[in-house]
Design a protein around this ligand. Structure first.
Ligand code: PEP
Ligand code: MN
Length: 332
């Protein structure tokens, strides 16, 4: 970390900063310049919380060299992490893993029909939300534990591991009883208590990017999980909030190669929530694979016109089968 002092900073102010750095167990190294003094901070093992320094008199700017994440970084762990979900492996150079299924579990008939469709087309992991983080309280909130049970049954019937969202710590016991992969949704990416709790489990986690999260915040959120001992984390880009309203979100595909440079964790892309529009899903799914995504999460419903949630972005059976065909032709 480098502390840049104001050009008018007094010797007493510089001394006060030096003393504060020492109090933090670190070593200040003043670098006097012709215009201003900078103070290098040495001896840290990682990111320094600068809140005790930032407001001291005479401090102009603080420049961080270390990132707020370490365990998830490739510097720390050069080999790609492989995450195992049931018998499915995600990460590294392994083939693209397809997660597919309805936004929400709505009924036994809908869940089983959707499961058969995605299985037949060649998907690897079945999705279905039971606890739904809906924008408004009047929308369908999911079937809860009954939804988990139906998802599990459908997954067992077609022979696929299942992924579903957990929204709070109190739901963890139930979700772990039925799921193979715990999804933390965009709205909970910075629910730090939840992140710490899933970090204590021996359970793979799918962490979706918050809708306004920077890449640094995304990786710092994953760091919370890994820091508790659980490195089985898959990251998921699902679009970020921008000024554009023509799509539900803006798909940020640059995050894929960037995260792969910065981190050893696998990253997948969800083109359904990123676009909100069915007709855009296949092309963005293919773009995601070309960008290097190690998996995709796609919403598929046996009858999207009747869906209780996200029908407009859900593919039907024929649409998903076609996408799988096109993705198969893409692999190089
Ligand atoms: C979901 O995948 O069901 C979901 C709610 O997505 P997100 O958290 O990305 O909005
Ligand atoms: Mn959805």
């Amino acid at each position: 970390m480098l502390i840049v002092m104001d050009h008018a900073a007094t010797a007493a102010q510089i001394d006060a900063v030096n003393e504060r750095v020492k109090m933090m167990g670190l070593r200040p190294e003043p670098i006097p310049g012709s215009q201003r003094t900078a103070i290098g901070v040495l001896g840290n093992q990682g990111y320094i919380d600068d809140s005790a320094i930032r407001n001291l008199a005479g401090v102009r700017e603080i420049i961080h060299v270390s990132k707020p994440y370490k365990l998830v970084s490739r510097d720390f762990h050069p080999d790609s992490t492989i995450v195992t979900v049931g018998k499915v492996e995600i990460g590294g150079e392994l083939p693209v893993v397809m997660m597919a299924g309805p936004c929400s579990v709505e009924s036994e008939a809908q869940m089983f029909a959707s499961a058969r469709i995605v299985k037949q087309a060649g998907a690897h992991i079945l999705r279905g939300g039971a606890f739904k983080p809906r924008t408004g309280p009047h929308s369908f909130q999911g079937l809860g534990v009954e939804g988990l049970r139906l998802l599990r049954q459908a997954g067992d019937e077609v022979g696929m591991p299942v992924v579903t969202e957990v929204m709070r710590i109190g739901q963890l016991d139930d979700v772990c009883r039925y799921a193979d992969l715990l999804q933390i949704g965009a709205r909970n990416m910075q629910n730090f208590d939840l992140l710490k709790e899933v970090g204590k489990l021996k359970f793979p986690v799918l962490l979706k990017r918050g809708m306004s999260a920077t890449i640094e915040e995304f990786l710092a959120a994953a760091e919370y999980i890994v820091a508790e001992g659980n490195s089985q984390v898959v990251l998921c880009e699902r679009g970020i909030r921008t000024f554009e309203t023509a799509t539900r979100n803006t798909l940020d595909l640059t995050v894929v190669p960037l995260v792969q440079q910065l981190s050893h964790l696998p990253i997948i892309v969800d083109p359904s929530h990123a676009t909100g529009r069915r007709e855009l899903v296949p092309v963005m799914a293919k773009a995601a694979v070309v960008s290097g995504a190690q998996g995709l999460m796609v919403e598929v419903h046996n009858d999207p016109t009747q869906a209780l949630c996200d029908g407009a972005q859900s593919l039907d059976g024929a649409g998903f089968a076609q996408l799988m065909l096109e993705l198969g032709q893409l692999r190089f």
